[in-house]
Design a protein around this ligand. Sequence first.
Ligand code: ZN
Length: 227
Amino acid sequence: VLDPGHGGRDPGTIGGQGTQEKRIVLAAAEELKRQLEAGGRCRVAMTRSTDRFIPLGDRVDFARRREAALFVSLHADSAPGARGASVYTLGEGSDPLALALARRENLADRAGGLRLPSVPPEVQAILLSLMRAETRAGSARMARQVVNELGQDVPLLPNTHRQAGFVVLKAPEIPSVLVEMGFLSNVQDEAALRRPEHRARVARAMTRAIHGWLARAGQPEALAATG
Ligand code: ZN
């Protein structure tokens, strides 16, 4: 599932040239979908394909209803002084930039429930913790793929993989990453992201990352991570 951030009454960041994040991320997601589908190795669904507002929790619910193998949210937010692409996974990070991004993205917070088999609460707790560990490892592996592939083609933010409590990354069973393709608050990033050729380059790198990730999906992440 691809998740173009923002939409409708929520434009996201607006760059110095007037570029609206909601439009850039939708254009980027459409290009990524096109390239992924051309590869013929996965089915792609998007949380939105038009300019409409979708609460964060609904984006997560969308992916869970479709039993997505992977959730990728696309953004191009603002961060004073920052330039380059970066990737975020769910975590308790203390990195101020990641925390500030998550705080802003989470303004439309809404809690989502989890369906678990009818087993005693203590068994549910164990199942949930195993599931979360597996999901966390899968998310971290995807973040590494994204850093490796994007790094070949576009400038990266230092400490490219960061962690914070983004609501949109909270599906307990779906490995999830949020990619900041660049920052619209940066003049060079904004100019690049406005260009279709640049977005196509980002999409090619993301396609390699997703294909690479899928090639190892289904193998136990905990073993893969330590082995
Ligand atoms: Zn955003």
